[in-house]
Design a protein around this ligand. Structure first.
Ligand code: UFG
Length: 351
């Protein structure tokens, strides 16, 4: 199939592009390069620089190159920024996202996989988190992702848009070609490795959480496992696939929370992507020390606002519906892949 990948020059997007190409799909990338890197794209992948929220750009692109399906990875995705500037998140993730859906509708594109997030759950009442847990985001980032998921559900019922929202937990690691470079970098593993390189000071945000070692526990998922899930989710939106059918196929019967109406024309699924296990901040630090072979200097700091003590996915549904399970489950292996990429790319991307 031919797939349009928004944000395909970003971290998750670029590794997903690699997986799609490896699976034999024809890939077209749309990215405004505000965060992404042109060098992250493999040779031979068609690229258009522009925003998914610009109907003229997307309309022209689809007129020139019709696509079968869309992988929508592009979005604003910094929690702290979303709190200080919610307007940006509503404008881009919600208004831009719906403008994008409208152009897809006009062009007759009825298959979409969406990069959603564990942030839609907020602070969960219990862990591991199942997809039918209450959605109560605690920041505009999570709220705007939840809102877009809602649009997908109603578009499924009314317009027959088949979709899968993949709720990522903590994406980590690297492929051989692509790794994680954000500016500013807020994520734990790149910050730990930057400290190992002597490039930045590391602070552990809180050691008084109600967890065995007092630090927060997160569900770290290798980006290549994530990319593989995207390919499987896109396949699940195929015309005729009962998993995203609107006529009460097997998923419709077992997952009523996904369905908006008994007569909906298509299904909008939501699926967690996680390792199914958690690692504490101290465990990640210790894994990184094993990988780099030396102690990593760090300070102990205050809790970071908005961090729940434990976020771990129940990833059973991904297995049940997509036949997907994380394969890289060892935190040392995940951190080692990130370290190898950094060693090979000491200055990140050129562009
Ligand atoms: N942490 C540190 N020091 C750092 C960076 C992080 O101690 O320098 C800690 C955090 O406090 C947290 C853990 O490491 O306990 C993981 O933090 P990350 O920033 O790497 O990831 P988050 O769990 O905060 O974020 C993830 C996703 C977000 C999503 C969020 C939902 O990356 O997209 O979960 O809560 F919004």
């Amino acid at each position: 199939m031919r797939v349009l990948v928004t944000g395909g020059a970003g971290y998750v997007g670029s590794v997903s592009v690699e997986a799609l190409v490896a699976a034999g799909h024809d890939v077209l990338v749309l990215d405004d390069l505000s965060k992404g890197h042109r060098d992250a794209l493999p040779g031979g992948v068609r690229f258009v620089q522009g925003s998914y929220g610009d109907p003229a750009v997307v309309g022209q692109l689809l007129a020139n190159t019709p696509v079968d399906a869309v992988l929508h990875c592009a979005a604003r995705s910094l929690v702290a920024e979303s709190v200080s500037n919610p307007a940006l998140y509503y404008r881009e993730n919600v208004a831009g996202g719906v403008a994008f859906l409208e152009v897809l509708r006009e062009a007759g594109v009825r298959r979409l996989v969406f990069s959603s997030t564990a942030a839609v759950y907020g602070t969960p009442a219990s862990v591991p988190i199942r997809e039918d847990a209450v959605l109560a985001p605690i920041n505009p980032y999570g709220e705007t992702k939840r809102t877009f998921e809602g649009a997908l559900r109603w578009y499924a019922a009314a317009y027959g848009l088949r979709s899968v929202s993949l709720r990522y937990f903590n994406v980590a690691g690297a492929s051989g070609r692509n790794g994680e470079v954000h500016a500013p970098e807020t994520h734990l593993i790149p910050n730990v490795l930057a400290a190992a390189e002597g490039r930045a000071a590391l602070t552990v945000f809180g050691i008084d959480y109600p967890t065995p070692d007092g630090t927060c526990i997160r569900d770290y998922l290798h980006v290549e496992d994530l990319a593989r899930a995207h390919v499987l989710a896109l396949e699940a939106t195929s015309p005729g696939d009962p998993r995203t059918a609107g006529d009460g196929g097997p998923v419709g019967r077992t997952a009523p929370s996904d369905r908006t109406a008994a007569d909906s024309r298509a299904a909008a699924l939501a699926i967690n992507l996680g390792n199914g296990g958690g690692f504490s901040v101290r465990e990640v630090l210790s894994a990184a020390e094993t990988v780099v072979g030396r102690p990593i200097p760090h300070a102990i700091g205050e809790r970071r606002a908005g961090d729940p003590p434990v976020l771990v996915a129940d990833a059973g549904r991904a297995d049940e519906i997509l036949g997907w399970r994380a394969q890289h489950r060892d935190i040392v292996e995940i951190v080692a892949s990130a370290w190898a990429w950094r060693q090979a790319h000491p200055d990140g991307y050129r562009a």
